[in-house]
Design a protein around this ligand. Sequence first.
Ligand code: MUC
Length: 96
Amino acid sequence: MLFHVTMEVQLPQSMPKDQADALKAQEKALAQRLQEEGSWRHLWRVAGQYANVSIFDVPGNEELHALLMSLPLFPYMRIAVTPLCRHPSSVRAGDL
Ligand SMILES: O=C(O)C[C@H]1C=CC(=O)O1
């Protein structure tokens, strides 16, 4: 299943820079691994915001929930999920 996911990162201003940098590095490593493996299909920065728009390809809701909860920045993100299905007028074969 495909999911459109938006993530807005809100790190507390009180978080020490070293801790924030470590979390971002862990997040980047996992995000890149998941992209290489295929479950994180698209990752786009929202211009002008510490936020992204992503497309995930995972078997279902439970898997997406587990994946999102595994992200190091999960406690500091506002996340919105929109499940996607194929549009009948799309000329694409189903892949993005
Ligand atoms: O920067 C972000 O948008 C948050 C998060 C998502 C991927 C990543 O590396 O960090």
